[in-house]
Design a protein around this ligand. Structure first.
Ligand code: SME
Length: 173
């Protein structure tokens, strides 16, 4: 793993958001270089996203074990541990395998409130060799915090994470 070059992507200018994500993706690639351990890489990914993206109150993984999501590496307050595929925004992402952009979690039927401060949410599927292995969940205290640029850029970073990581030891049942 190399911590160099590390710099802070500038997300302060909304019109440069895609460029800031490019910088963030380069940081992620540097973090994963030469390291394939799943706990290390997923933990680093959650920490990178949580510390570099503005306006988040939670970021982390739930691992797909059978038809239940189980809490994995994350940053933020303690969270619910087990989420069935038919519950919550995370379950909707897992069962549909499609990104969920929820501008107002209180208007989403079945939303699971781990932190009363959460107002909007983005959940992305993590598939490995065609199988759903996890979801990556981001929460924000701001309404409509996430858009298609966030979903696409973080999805691309997750694809790089999948490639850089050995999934052989990740629990899946
Ligand atoms: N809000 C999620 C539950 C996970 S927490 O936000 C960390 C959901 O509805 O699935």
């Amino acid at each position: 793993m190399s911590l160099s070059p590390l710099f802070t992507p500038d997300f302060s200018n909304p019109t440069r958001k895609a460029a800031a994500y490019n910088d963030l993706a380069r940081q992620a690639d540097a973090l994963f270089a030469g390291e394939r351990d799943w706990i290390a890489n997923l933990a680093q990914f959650a920490a990178l996203i949580y510390t570099q993206l503005p306006d988040l109150n939670w970021a982390g993984f739930y691992l797909a074990q059978g038809s239940t999501l189980v809490l994995g590496p994350f940053q933020g307050k303690v969270a619910c541990v087990r989420i069935p595929f038919d519950r919550g925004v995370c379950g909707a992402c897992a069962s549909s395998r499609t990104p969920q952009i929820v501008p107002d979690v209180h208007a989403f039927a079945g939303h699971i409130a781990c932190d009363a401060a959460s107002a909007s949410e983005l959940v992305l599927p993590v598939t490995v060799a065609g199988r759903l292995r996890a979801v990556f969940d981001l929460d924000s205290p701001t309404l409509a915090r996430f858009d298609q640029i966030d979903a696409q850029a973080i999805g691309t970073m997750l694809t790089a994470l999948v490639r850089a990581t050995d999934w052989g030891r990740v629990p899946d049942a």
